[in-house]
Every structure is written in structure tokens, then in C-alpha cells.
Write a protein that binds this ligand. Structure first.
Ligand code: HPA
Length: 241
């Protein structure tokens, strides 16, 4: 995978100052997670963004260039960063590494969810002017490879549809049960924006998560446990680079 030359390029939200960006980028929501991934897993990591503290880094993993950058929370935030990464800098493989709240009984805390697709209650997709409902999907190439790597590691996974919701504190908490009845595995707040932005640009994207909240049983991960589960997911994502 190639490194992309950023000389002379900047956007309102990403100023790399000539530090290259890799064709493959891992995208946690939290910029401090991006810093942790860079410090823990990448060799020779250099920062390529500090605008609004949305930290981004480029380094290598087992000799292959990889970048990692925070996206912030919500569809608008991840969509604007990924639009700029794709259209201005030429990024080709975008992998969201996030957390989610499980909506099904058998999706346990710390399991890994691989989003085959992301349904949404957001209006973001209206911009494409389609005469119907678009189904934002993960890249099958990345999805299949991620599933294989997870299986090799003995990691418990669930592959299917997730909900990318605009709402965290809902005025109608029952609405998640309606999504659960349609087989939605889990809820998070970004992936439909990422997958649709990538689809419109013809590049590959994937969304994977660790389950940090079991919403059916009312269980929530402790910060320490979150870290362990998060580590296993990052190793799956890095295997894709
Ligand atoms: N809701 C939405 N997004 C989330 C959750 C949740 O319960 N847990 C982790 N991301």
C-alpha cells in the first residue's frame, strides 16, 4: 500500500504540513485513541493533523504504511473528515474502529461486530438525490478479510446490519426495539456516513466495533475491559493493511 504525498495540500480540517498519509487509514472516534494506536502499534509514527485536536498519524505496521486519525462523534463529523481524506488526499481504504451498543441478546459485551451494512435514521443520504433508500455497505473485500483474520484469532464476531443513529439520548427509547426486530445487531453513530461517502467516491470502507454496551441487558463495559477488547479489534484492522 502506498504513501500519499501531501505536499502543498491542506483542507479546512486537515493540515498535514507535508507529512504523508497512507492509502489505508484506521478511524477511531476518539483522537486520543488514534494517538494510542499510533504509539502502540505503528513504527516511526509522525503526526499529520492537529487541527481542532483531531489527531492524525502516519507510520508503518510490519513494514506497511498505515495512518490513523480520529473522526469525532456522529455522521457529520466522520463524513467531513473522510470526504477530505478521500477527495483531497487520495485515501483508498478507510476502516472505522469504534464501539457500539448491542441490540440483540446474543451480542455480548466485548464481542466484535463487523458491519455488513449500516442503516440510519439520519438524513445524510438525501444529498445523493436517489429515487429510493440506499443501503450503505462495507467493502466485501475488507469485510471478508476482517472476518477471516478474526476467525484465525479465535475472536467471537457477529456480521450484519448496524444502526448509525443521530440520537444518543432519545425522546423515544422504544424506537431501538423496532430496529432490533429488523435484525439490527447494534447501534453506533457514524458508519452510514463513512460507508456512503466511500461508496459515492468508489473507494473501500469497512466499519468494525467492539461492544461497549449491552443495551438489552443493561450492561456496560468498564474502562479497563474496554481497552482489552479494543486491542483485539485493532489487531484485526491492522491485519487489513
Ligand atoms: N449508543 C450509540 N452509540 C454507541 C453506544 C450506544 O449505546 N455505545 C457505543 N456507541
Amino acid at each position: 500500500m502506498a504513501l500519499l504525498d501531501t505536499a502543498g495540500k491542506e483542507t479546512p480540517h486537515i493540515k498535514p504540513d507535508g507529512v504523508p498519509i497512507a492509502e489505508t487509514i484506521l478511524l477511531p472516534g476518539d483522537p486520543l485513541r488514534a494517538k494510542f494506536i499510533a504509539e502502540t502499534y505503528l513504527e516511526d509514527a509522525k503526526g499529520f493533523n492537529e487541527v481542532r485536536n483531531m489527531l492524525g498519524f502516519t507510520g508503518t505496521h510490519q513494514g506497511t504504511p498505515v495512518s490513523v486519525m480520529g473522526t469525532g462523534m456522529g455522521i457529520p463529523s466522520i463524513s467531513l473528515y473522510t470526504w477530505e481524506l478521500i477527495h483531497v488526499f487520495g485515501v483508498k481504504n478507510l476502516i472505522r474502529v469504534g464501539s457500539c451498543g448491542a441490540l440483540q441478546d446474543d451480542v455480548e459485551l466485548y464481542d466484535v461486530v463487523l458491519a455488513q451494512g449500516a442503516s440510519t435514521d439520519s438524513n445524510f443520504l438525501h444529498q445523493f438525490g436517489l429515487p429510493g433508500a440506499f443501503a450503505p455497505l462495507s467493502s466485501f473485500r475488507l469485510l471478508e478479510a476482517a472476518k477471516r483474520i478474526a476467525d484465525e484469532k479465535g475472536q467471537r464476531t457477529h456480521v450484519g446490519n448496524v444502526l448509525s443513529s443521530d440520537v444518543f439520548y432519545s425522546a423515544e427509547p422504544q424506537s431501538s426495539q423496532k430496529w432490533a426486530r429488523m435484525g439490527i445487531l447494534a447501534v453506533e453513530m457514524e458508519s452510514a456516513g463513512l460507508l456512503a461517502t466511500a461508496a459515492a467516491a468508489g473507494v473501500d470502507a469497512l466499519a468494525i466495533f467492539t461492544v461497549s454496551d449491552q443495551l438489552v441487558k443493561g450492561r456496560h463495559a468498564t474502562p479497563e475491559e474496554r481497552q482489552t477488547a479494543f486491542t483485539r479489534m485493532i489487531e484485526i484492522a491492522l491485519g487489513l493493511a
